[in-house]
Design a protein around this ligand. Structure first.
Ligand SMILES: *Cc1c(COP(=O)(O)O)cnc(C)c1O
Ligand code: SF4
Length: 334
């Protein structure tokens, strides 16, 4: 199979702090920390994402999501390697079946970008992802439980799989009679929009399963014209689009930022869905927004936004049968 343009872009992603800092005209003093912390979790930024970062601004909200920093070495109580209990819920073959009716399949551990707050930093993907020859086991699991009507492809990023592998997976899933929906959780349309090409559109709409896509955008600056154009293609093909956001300190922890994000998403045909409190993963404590601040941001947002643009503020709690909604309507003790 020939290499698609998105695959070339992926291969050419920036991986060295020196090239990132030079490209953005940033202070070389950021290099030491970035070089240390990338040993905890590699640096990876695709060109399409880099172009949306403001040159010369060390506080840029997109830069903050990808630049390794010394704070990642700090240990904080409660921040550990498996904050949402996923290792315990692995049903085999990379399936995580925590909620009734929906099963999540870790289709691959790979991703086009490395977000510093990602729980993937520590996930044992080598054992857990369904692509290491284990899809058969995952498919068996899904086939064996008629209560499952929706399969969620996740990762890593499932859209980092090539078209051939996606095609094979989609066919196996479509052959399971009780499945109705194919839901794809992906940040690629945002960070590597060229992934939304004709082949992907054909794949999404090419089986009897109803395609649903849940994007991951955290800031309105992430949604530039290239992203807009690809999202419009998805909606034109009838793919329903939702978005989840992680509430991140120094990135989007202001009502006006979240308001602008919601407005922009709406313009692009995307429904805001979840606003997640940070999963407490080791090395990401400097991104945490405490619950009192989060609920206060939600109250400001609710006071200036149509109700249908309000995301649901949730936290993932191990052992709960849903993502736990946080009541933001009353001030919370700090
Ligand atoms: C988030 C998640 C889902 C989907 O939950 P929804 O409330 O349907 O969006 C399903 N399975 C797992 C393991 C999840 O983490
Ligand atoms: S896009 Fe998602 S899976 Fe990939 S690094 Fe970022 S948060 Fe993690």
């Amino acid at each position: 199979m020939s290499t698609a343009p998105w695959q070339r872009e992926w291969q050419q992603a920036i991986r060295h702090p020196a090239s990132l800092l030079t490209r953005l005209g940033l202070d070389p003093s950021l290099h030491g920390p970035a070089d240390r912390a990338r040993r905890l979790f590699e640096l990876r930024v695709p060109e399409a994402y880099l172009q949306r970062i403001e040159p010369g601004n060390p506080h840029d909200p997109l830069l903050r999501q990808v630049l390794p920093v010394d704070a990642e070495f700090d240990d904080h109580p409660g921040f550990d390697n498996d904050p949402v209990g996923d290792h315990a819920s692995l049903a085999g073959g990379g399936v995580i079946h925590k909620y009734r009716g929906r099963a999540l399949l870790i289709a691959t551990g790979a991703c086009a970008i490395n977000c510093r707050y990602c729980f993937r930093r520590h996930f044992p993907y080598a054992d857990a992802n369904a692509s290491s020859g284990q899809w058969a086991q995952a498919i068996d699991y899904l086939r064996g439980d008629p209560s499952i009507s929706e399969v969620i492809l996740s990762g890593g990023d499932p859209l980092s799989l090539n078209d051939r592998r996606l095609g094979a997976l989609g066919e196996s899933l479509a052959a399971i009679p009780h499945l109705r929906r194919l839901r794809v959780h992906s940040r690629l349309p945002v960070v590597l929009p060229s992934r939304v090409d004709e082949a992907l559109l054909a794949w999404l709409t090419g089986t009897r399963l109803t395609p649903v896509m849940v994007l991951h955008a955290n800031h309105p600056n992430e949604l530039d014209e290239r992203v807009a154009e690809r999202l419009q293609r998805l909606t034109a093909h009838g793919v329903r689009l939702y978005n989840q956001t992680v509430l991140l300190r120094g990135v989007n922890d202001r009502a006006d930022t979240l308001e602008a994000l919601g407005e922009r998403l709406f313009d692009l045909g995307v429904q805001p869905y979840y606003l997640h409190l940070l999963d407490r993963v080791r090395g990401a404590a400097h991104f945490e927004v405490d619950t009192a601040t989060a609920t206060s941001i939600m109250r400001s947002l609710a006071a200036r936004t149509p109700g249908y643009l309000l995301p649901r503020l949730v936290r993932e709690v191990a052992g709960e049968p849903w993502k736990v909604p946080i009541d933001w309507t009353r001030p919370q003790p700090a």
